[in-house]
Write a protein that binds this ligand. Structure first.
Ligand code: KG4
Ligand code: ZN
Length: 352
């Protein structure tokens, strides 16, 4: 089955073509980060307008690259939520219009399920069951995964997501959006041990997170070490390093707990923050110590992309899932509302 994937939930237009027999055939991405950097974060209206301009040329590019005619596509998977409503509507309208024209099914995919399954696009895919750490700009969640659509939430952030904390801390340090990769780059020049940031909520039991305190700590540290409102380059690098270490340590501690609690040996990390090298190193070392294994996607499939949506959609379409025309995007869509694979089967007569 050849599935075209369309991702437009936030500030990246991602398109890909996945074949259930041959794997990923082509993928293309346009990132709007440069446009939003000027405003220090994503401007929803600008995001939607840009998706409108990018989506069809990118579909064409993917078809050309894969040398596949539109008539060979069996289904279209698109991100139905969670995300920015205007941005989601661009992907869902495009997907449904193309599906209607080509006479193939369209299926709305949960963005975080896309992230969670993205490591399965790699050569050594994780087998079920596993613990998943989802760390993106909007989510920080630990999930027990026993199969596709079989998710039990173990813990989540009570306030800011890890990626959001990176982005906000970066802004306080005068770095551009998105802050995660910029803090990581700056931290490489930081001195070890000059600052020590707290590891929030690690001194009490449980698997929930809280990152908003780190933001305040960053703000105060920057203020204390600024002269005339300016913090010197080395100090900024030292703060970036301490901040990154605190986030990584906190995530490692909670992941270790989650593995112990579930008795699982496999840990999967997904979402934009899982591209972070220090996080991969820290979790990899911890997993090895626990005689377990860590799985993640290549960096470009950690952040938003079309391949993860094509892949996740393909699994559900293969299980017979279909949706009615006119399915609405869901800007808020808790992941625990997802059904196990095949359970959302709709009578084909109703869909056509
Ligand atoms: O998954 P994603 O692309 O979009 C959402 O679904 O939110 O995640 C974006 C987030 C941003 O907050 C960005 O700063 C963070 O992922 N991020 C990183 C890195 N690359 C992206 N955070 C830390 N280190 C990185 N290398
Ligand atoms: Zn995402």
């Amino acid at each position: 089955m050849k599935v075209l994937g369309i991702e437009t939930s936030c500030d990246e237009t991602g398109i890909a073509l996945y074949d259930s027999d041959q794997g990923l055939l082509a993928d293309a991405l346009f990132s709007q980060t440069e446009m939003h950097a000027e405003y220090g974060g994503v401007v929803p209206e600008l995001a939607s307008r840009d998706h409108v301009q990018r989506v069809l040329p990118l579909v064409q590019r993917v078809l050309d690259e894969a040398q596949i005619a539109s008539g060979s596509i069996d289904a279209i998977a698109y991100t139905a939520g969670p995300g920015l409503i205007g941005a989601l509507m661009v992907g869902s309208c495009t997907a449904q219009a193309m599906a209607y024209t080509w006479g193939v099914p369209a299926l709305g995919v949960h963005h975080m399920e896309g992230h969670l399954l993205a490591p399965m696009l790699e050569d050594n895919p994780p087998a079920f069951p596993f613990v998943a750490l989802l760390v993106s700009g909007g989510h920080t969640q630990l999930v027990e995964v026993t199969g596709i659509g079989e998710y039990r939430l173990l813990g989540e952030s009570l306030d800011d997501a890890a990626g959001e904390a990176f982005d906000k801390a970066a802004k306080m340090m005068g770095l551009d959006y998105p802050g995660g990769p910029r803090i990581a780059a700056l931290a490489q020049h930081g001195a070890a041990g000059r600052f020590r940031f707290p590891r929030p909520m690690t001194d009490r039991p449980g698997l929930d997170f809280s990152f908003s305190g780190l933001k305040t700590f960053t703000l105060n540290t920057v203020a204390q070490h600024s002269e005339g409102g300016i913090c010197d380059e080395q100090t900024r690098a030292d703060i970036a390093r301490a901040f990154e270490e605190a986030v990584v340590d906190t995530l490692v501690i909670k992941c270790r707990r989650a593995l112990k609690q579930t008795g699982f040996k496999r840990l999967v990390i997904a979402g934009g923050v899982s591209a972070n090298r220090k996080l991969r190193e820290g979790l990899g070392a911890m997993a090895t110590k626990q005689e377990g294994e860590l799985f993640y996607a290549r960096p470009e499939f950690c952040t938003d992309n079309g391949a993860m949506i094509a892949f996740a959609g393909c699994q559900r379409l293969l299980a017979g899932e279909r949706e009615a025309l006119g399915n609405k995007p869901r800007p808020r869509w808790p992941m625990d509302q997802l059904q196990p694979l095949g359970a959302q089967n709709i009578d084909a007569e109703k869909t056509n």
